[in-house]
Design a protein around this ligand. Structure first.
Ligand code: G3P
Ligand code: CA
Length: 292
């Protein structure tokens, strides 16, 4: 176990970052540790294609997103299925097809879930789009980007085994609001790049607890995070990302405040903002908004 006894020691550990756990940083660790601001396509490029589907992932790759986020739940037979909600109503035609409301993802086997339409609710143009499995999604995303896998439900061992089998353990980032899950992933894999999510008030105590999960990235609701908290996350040797920002001015403010990653439904727009702002001054607007 690596211990940090002094401020300078902590900063040195932060500088070497995740290599403290192993000799050579993995590709995912290198990406997370990179000095620029990472732009993450939330549920794929979900402003122009149905969230958490293969078309949304393809559009996120076209936009050159640094990472592509998705959410998954387990089916009744234990297959990780990519969908945000725990029930099928908002983003599929399950109600119509099954004649029942609020059927849970976990109540149907993968074969039944594969019959549902997950594109029609967004636009007729996407009729026939299916709920992808996690495996299909990884196959679609990994050749052109890095997947940010958000676990909504399912055990850590199943995910780690799947990633191991696919040779992807060192090439993806995994995050969850459930910090026990994050800790379980860390125990199973010392080198997996991990994010601890929160939408709670960003107190020092909460941030310390998030860091104590073993996560590399602390991922917070943008409405709750300000520059002092970003600085504190950095002092703890972690990266700070925020979700979910679609306003270019807000992104520019966070870049000015030192954020490391922006999760957005509009990756192309935020990549443009990043190229204008870099780590420098926000191009317009009140850059103090995140500073207070
Ligand atoms: O990536 C973070 C963000 O996706 C968390 O919120 O509800 O969109 O999964 P949610
Ligand atoms: Ca998510």
């Amino acid at each position: 176990m690596v211990r940090c006894f002094s401020g300078i020691g902590c900063l040195m550990l932060a500088a070497v970052g995740m290599t403290a756990r192993g000799a050579e940083p993995t590709p995912a660790q290198k990406l997370v540790a990179s000095p620029g601001v990472l732009i993450v396509a939330h549920r794929g490029n979900s402003s122009i294609a149905p969230e958490n589907t293969l078309p949304a992932f393809a559009k996120a790759l076209e936009a050159k997103s640094d990472l592509v986020e998705l959410d998954y739940h387990h089916s009744a037979d234990g297959v990780p299925i990519v969908i945000h909600d725990d029930n099928l109503d908002r983003t599929t035609n399950a109600q119509e097809l099954l004649g029942k409301e609020k059927v849970l993802v976990v109540d149907l086997p993968a074969g039944e879930l594969a019959r549902l339409d997950a594109g029609l609710w967004f636009s007729d143009k996407f009729r026939g789009t299916r709920l992808p499995t996690l495996l299909e999604s990884l196959d679609a995303i990994q050749p052109g980007s890095t997947t940010l896998i958000e676990r909504k439900a399912g055990d850590a061992a199943t995910l780690i085994k799947l990633l191991e089998r696919q040779n992807l353990l060192d090439r993806v980032v995994v995050q969850a609001f459930d910090w026990e899950f994050v800790k379980a992933c860390r125990e199973l894999s010392p080198s997996l790049a991990l994010g601890a999510l929160s939408g709670k008030p960003a107190t020092d105590e909460q941030i310390r607890a998030a860091a104590a999960t073993g996560a590399d990235v602390i991922v917070w609701n943008h409405e709750k995070l300000r520059k002092p908290q970003i600085d504190f996350i950095h002092e703890l040797g972690k990266k700070a990302w925020v979700y979910t920002i679609d306003d270019p001015r807000r992104t520019a403010e966070f870049i000015e405040a030192g954020i490391d990653g922006i999760i957005t439904n509009k990756p192309a727009t935020m990549i443009d903002v990043r190229s204008v702002a870099g780590r420098g001054a926000a191009p317009s607007g009140d850059s103090q908004a995140v500073g207070r």
